[in-house]
Design a protein around this ligand. Structure first.
Ligand SMILES: [Zn+2]
Length: 153
């Protein structure tokens, strides 16, 4: 551990170019400049972060669920009232679902799937990229501006 040349905090330091001067600074101060070498006291750690892409599973109930539910219920030999009872739902709810006037909640849809061994939910993976992090170097404010702002206070 050593002390940051900008804020004095004891931290792992990065050799960072700030306003044409190379300084050994801590992680938070290094965001004000261009990092040349990270974790000076540690073995080299690749600093460049890969763009994080995470997959989000999206679950939807496509149209046609009403018929699927009705067919499965009929196949199981249940009337709407019996079927509703098994799902702890109102008969009117089942009626509306089967006529597609009401889309079941995912929770209810999953119950129906389990009960009838059918599939009414479709899931697909959505690829998302998180928004780019705000970057001081590209975002207008430089360490010089910050010092100027402080001086004006
Ligand atoms: Zn610092």
């Amino acid at each position: 551990m050593a002390f940051c040349e900008m804020c004095g905090r004891e931290s792992l330091l990065s050799r960072t170019k700030i306003e044409n001067t190379e300084l050994l600074v801590c992680g938070s101060c290094s965001t004000f400049g261009k990092v040349i070498k990270t974790n000076i006291e540690e073995p080299e750690v690749p600093k460049a972060r890969k763009p994080q892409i995470y997959n989000e599973t999206v679950e939807i109930i496509p149209e046609g669920y009403g018929k699927k539910v009705k067919d499965a219920r009929t196949w199981a030999g249940l009337n709407q009232k019996e079927f509703a009872f098994k799902l702890s739902e109102k008969e009117s709810v089942i009626n509306k679902i089967e006529s597609e006037h009401l889309m079941p909640t995912l929770e209810l849809a999953k119950k129906i799937e389990r009960l009838c061994e059918i599939k009414i939910i479709e899931s697909y993976k959505e690829e998302k990229k998180p928004e780019d992090n705000i970057n001081f170097r590209d975002g207008g404010l430089t360490i010089g501006d910050i010092i100027k702002l402080k001086d004006e206070e």
